[in-house]
Ligand binder design. Structure first.
Ligand code: UD1
Ligand code: UDP
Length: 377
């Protein structure tokens, strides 16, 4: 039996992990045993537990309860906790998702103990070294035994950085392997889209109709922690809402809620059409995305989910890792610039957009598991 430790901590990782856990339970329970370690990076009920309940993710065997903090302190506490778990039990590999501090901590702890690291969502690059996520990704990819790239662009980035250099040798003489697996988030979106309608009534609860409202999320630190950028984005959303008489549904990340309060920004005073709600559950979010007229976001995951559901997207960042979305004109980068956001809305609203299958076939979890099994044989 192969023993895998999956390290999660932040909202998007909990959601991504669901797809692999589902594939293990459905097709590999005789060969793979998966244990989950939750670092506790996200801890509010609606940032963590809701996804376990809704997606039937196995209960974490370990919860480090690390919580929030400065990057160094938070990551250090995670590394120490993960190391203790890895020293206590035998694991054949550690599975990591994305680019958060929990991902970084898992990679460092496992690599130092010579335990194979499997990095899912490898090879993404914004080339913006001021993003904490860019630092985390680069380190994780360097330490990973297998880098699972969701897109051809990600695969090209890994090769350009020399990660296919055959001289890199891990324990037991193993070499690094690069795998174009497709995007595991697509597996999840296909699954959630099938079940969300039966479980959620969020549209009716909010009093919004399919195709008539806009959906927005903001949580990236360079937007939330800079009051001028936050105000600029929100004033653009308010202008769009008022000009087009459309509600903007804004599920608020706790970070954003705190920063709005600290900056003394009242959304109601900007426009009553800005409708903030607490963080949505994954199935609610799936429905909100699927039925939105257009999505505006600085989230990595939400950009892609907009694409999966064939919704145009305004990207509230200076750049994106998901360059395919912009290249296919399904998304426009507008950063936090008021005028660029309003112009992007005018350009995308109601325009027919093409959504080719750029993110695999919805079977990334199966591809990842069979690659891991081959690697560990
Ligand atoms: C983290 C990730 C980011 C990812 C995001 C997903 C890092 C460096 N950043 O950003 O890549 O896109 O998660 O959502 O790992 N907070 C709460 N309750 C919670 C969690 C957070 O109130 O359950 C508040 C705290 O004030 C905390 C702040 O949000 O200080 C930021 O949380 P943190 O996990 O440090 O970073 P995120 O902005 O969530
Ligand atoms: N998400 C959610 N509820 C919300 C906002 C986002 O379930 O209120 C989901 C979203 O559908 C996607 C993931 O969280 O699957 C994206 O996470 P987030 O935007 O926090 O982080 P990022 O992808 O930018 O790292």
């Amino acid at each position: 039996m192969i023993q895998l430790l999956t390290v999660i901590g932040a909202r998007p990782q909990i959601i991504k992990a669901a797809a692999l856990s589902r594939a293990i339970a459905d097709n590999h329970s005789h060969t793979i045993e998966e244990h989950i370690l939750h670092t506790g990076q996200h801890y509010d009920e609606n940032m963590s537990q809701v996804f376990f309940d809704e997606l039937s993710i196995p209960r974490p065997r370990h919860n480090l309860g690390v919580g929030s903090g400065l990057h160094g302190q938070q990551t250090a506490r995670m590394i120490a906790g993960i190391e203790e778990v890895l020293l206590g039990d035998r694991y054949d590999g550690v599975v990591l998702y994305g680019d958060t501090n929990s991902t970084l901590a898992g990679a460092v702890a496992a690599a130092k103990l010579h335990i194979p690291v499997f990095h899912i969502e490898a090879g993404l690059r914004s080339f913006n070294m001021t993003m904490p996520e860019e630092v985390n990704r680069i380190v994780c990819d360097q330490l990973a035994n297998i880098c699972f790239a969701p897109t051809q662009t990600a695969m090209d980035n890994l090769r350009r950085e020399g990660l296919d250099d055959p001289r890199a040798t891990f324990a037991n003489g193993r070499r690094r392997h690069l795998s174009l697996s497709g995007d595991i988030m697509y597996d999840n979106s296909l699954f959630a889209a099938r079940v969300a309608d039966q479980h959620c009534t969020i549209l009716a609860e909010l009093g919004v109709k399919s195709g008539e409202y806009l959906l927005a999320t903001i949580h990236r630190d360079h937007n939330t922690d800079d009051p001028a950028r936050l105000r600029s984005i929100l004033s653009a959303l308010a202008e769009i809402a008022e000009a087009d008489h459309r509600p903007v549904v804004l599920p608020l990340h706790p970070r954003t809620k705190k920063c709005l309060a600290a900056a003394g920004v009242s959304l109601d005073s900007l426009s009553p059409l800005l409708r903030t709600i607490p963080p949505a559950s994954y199935l609610e979010m799936t429905l909100l995305e699927k039925n939105a007229r257009l999505v505006m976001t600085d989230s990595g995951g939400v950009q892609k989910e907009a694409f999966f559901f064939e919704r145009p997207c305004i990207i509230l960042r200076p750049e994106t890792e998901w360059v395919e979305i912009v290249e296919h004109e399904a998304g426009i980068i507008a950063d936090a610039d008021h005028d660029r956001i309003v112009d992007a809305y005018q350009s995308l609203n109601g325009r027919p957009v093409c959504f080719p299958p750029l993110f695999g076939n919805g079977q990334a979890a199966e591809s990842i598991l069979s690659t891991i099994l081959d690697y560990l044989q």
